[in-house]
Write a protein that binds this ligand. Structure first.
Ligand SMILES: C[S@@+](CC[C@H](N)C(=O)[O-])C[C@H]1O[C@@H](n2cnc3c(N)ncnc32)[C@H](O)[C@@H]1O
Length: 219
């Protein structure tokens, strides 16, 4: 069994489906672990670089998985997979992959951007994918892990009753759960921006939103 770090273990716990595609599979460990745990029946690994492609082939030899050399969703047919993961990349790269072939995005999507998860929360809202869960895994830095499910209803209930801008920036589920580590990070960010004599409009707005969401708790 390949070793999964806490980040990929948290991704694996969000997945259960028949056919799963992992884009940017690299070492191939996520698919191997999902298959071994019986969380998926078949895996498709997609890589666009030669060495990671070979690494995935090596890891996944002899299990129910196929490794394809392709650029993102170019390597998957419409309706071929029930779920998708894209982990360990920048949010913009993940967004580009999702937007290149929107009709090929399966109904269950787990994304782990290295930073800027707001870009992907906004993708979910624009494209009818509800944000059903979100976790932060504390490793080298806090890794966001977002689970989306395709929905008919355009309104995502995760955002109901919350300020839209703050929820997009920091995550509706994380704000609702209000866990100590998360609150500590918000306070730290508020201190950081407060130290600046002058802020551009975006960061000034961010600081104002931080004041608002932190104003309900002891500081
Ligand atoms: C930093 S690694 C992350 C590996 C693994 N997903 C993880 O989280 O541990 C990113 C991998 O994505 C692959 N990659 C980046 N863009 C890709 C694309 N458009 N299509 C397929 N693979 C891609 C890279 O070659 C690299 O192996």
């Amino acid at each position: 069994m390949p070793h999964l770090d806490d980040r990929l273990k948290a991704v694996a716990r969000q997945l259960r489906s028949e056919v799963h595609v992992d884009i940017g599979s690299d070492h191939g460990h996520l698919l191997k672990a999902l298959l071994a745990a019986g969380r998926i029946r078949r895996g498709i690994a997609i890589e666009n670089k030669r060495q990671p492609f070979e690494n995935s082939r090596h890891t996944l030899a002899g299990v129910n998985a196929e490794v394809r050399f392709a650029d993102g969703l170019e390597g998957v047919q419409h309706g071929e997979a029930n779920s998708l993961s894209i982990c360990g990349m920048g949010a913009e790269s993940i967004l580009n992959i999702l937007q290149a072939f929107p009709s090929r995005v399966p109904p269950l999507v787990v994304l782990q951007p290295n930073r800027c998860p707001e870009v992907l929360r906004a993708w979910g809202l624009r494209n009818g994918f509800h944000l059903c869960d979100e976790q932060l895994v504390y490793g080298h830095w806090p890794y966001p892990i977002l689970r989306f499910e395709q929905a008919q209803d355009a309104r995502d209930p995760a955002y109901e009753g919350l300020g839209r801008e703050a929820a997009l920036l920091w995550g509706p589920h994380l704000i609702r759960r209000w866990e100590p580590e998360f609150v500590a990070r918000l306070r730290e960010e508020k201190r950081y921006w407060s130290d600046f004599k002058r802020l551009g409009p975006d960061n000034a707005q961010r600081l104002q939103l931080l004041h608002q969401i932190l104003s309900g708790v002891q500081q």
